[in-house]
Design a protein around this ligand. Structure first.
Ligand code: PAF
Length: 280
């Protein structure tokens, strides 16, 4: 059955209030739509531990750094609703902008430290937009549990931090990245890749795996990174925003995986920005 689509905060509160009064676990999967199997794995994780599940679909204008990027972001609401049918969730919350940012809205949630590297540098203001909307979605849905993919690992760390710092009564669950058969991390933005670019896109993950294997053999990170950048260039990638080895908890730069670490990359391919990360 197609889940109920709720477009206003009063309609959302009408269904969540009795759940809250009964002390139910309310699982929320925040998305911007264009759902793929990565999102659906979050829905399955939410269904496994929560009494009620809400998927939110809101293309958040405050986390885009360019109007063109916002306009180009894929919007596939009817198809998204169809993909969610088999999960028997309680509702899809698709608010319009005024439900999230009513006239006079003047608050920004900003997380320091974790947002001052990688996408925080390359997409100024992005994480303020994410932190603000996620805080709103948590409070509007009365979430007790929220589910995010490790594909956006920096975002997951930022959201975990804000929930802790603001004493939000929500458990933030990080779920593994889901990949296409050729290794490309699933992302709504993959829909924007041309056929030709799509065949080249897995090279990013291949190069990351190659570095991870080298690190395992104690090879030098900088040397491996230079070689990877060269191969990405030859494979048709444009600018590489970063290809970093960082600590998994505070995202500090490392030159060796002396503590739990991850490799992070963001690179442009035919006008589409791909990001990925793996544990090393
Ligand atoms: O990961 C996303 O799709 C978005 O950043 C999120 C968490 C739904 C906030 O808009």
């Amino acid at each position: 059955m197609t889940p109920a689509i709720l477009r206003s905060l009063p309609a959302l509160r009408a269904i969540t209030r009795p759940w809250q009064m009964n002390g139910a676990r309310i699982g929320v999967v925040p998305t911007m739509g264009a759902l793929h199997d990565g999102h659906l794995s979050l829905v399955a994780a939410a269904k496994a531990v929560c009494d009620h599940v809400i998927v939110t679909i809101f293309v958040n204008p405050r986390q885009f750094t360019s109007q063109d990027d916002l306009a180009a972001y894929p919007r596939t609401e009817a198809e998204d609703a169809r993909k969610l049918e088999r999960f028997e969730i309680d509702a899809i919350y698709c608010p319009d902008v005024a439900q999230i940012y009513p006239s006079g809205f003047a608050t920004t949630v900003s997380v320091a430290g974790l947002t001052e590297v990688m996408d925080g540098v390359h997409r100024p203001g992005h994480f303020d937009g994410v932190a603000t909307v996620v805080t709103k979605l948590f409070t509007q849905t009365s979430a007790t549990d929220a589910f995010f993919g490790e594909k956006d690992y920096q975002q997951l760390q930022v959201v975990t931090r804000l929930a802790q710092d603001l004493d939000l009564p929500v458990i933030v669950h990080g779920c593994p990245t889901i990949r296409e058969i050729d290794g490309l991390a699933m992302s709504s933005r993959n829909l924007l890749l041309s056929d030709r670019a799509r065949t080249r896109a897995p090279v990013l993950h291949e190069e990351m795996e190659r570095i991870a294997e080298g690190l395992h053999r104690h090879e030098d990170f900088e040397t491996m990174r230079d070689a990877a950048l060269d191969r990405l260039d030859k494979a048709g990638f444009g600018r590489v925003d970063y290809l970093d080895l960082r600590a998994a908890d505070d995202l500090r730069l490392l030159d060796k995986p002396t503590r739990p670490a991850r490799l992070f990359a963001a690179a442009w391919l035919a006008g589409v920005r791909l990001i990925d990360n793996i544990a090393v």
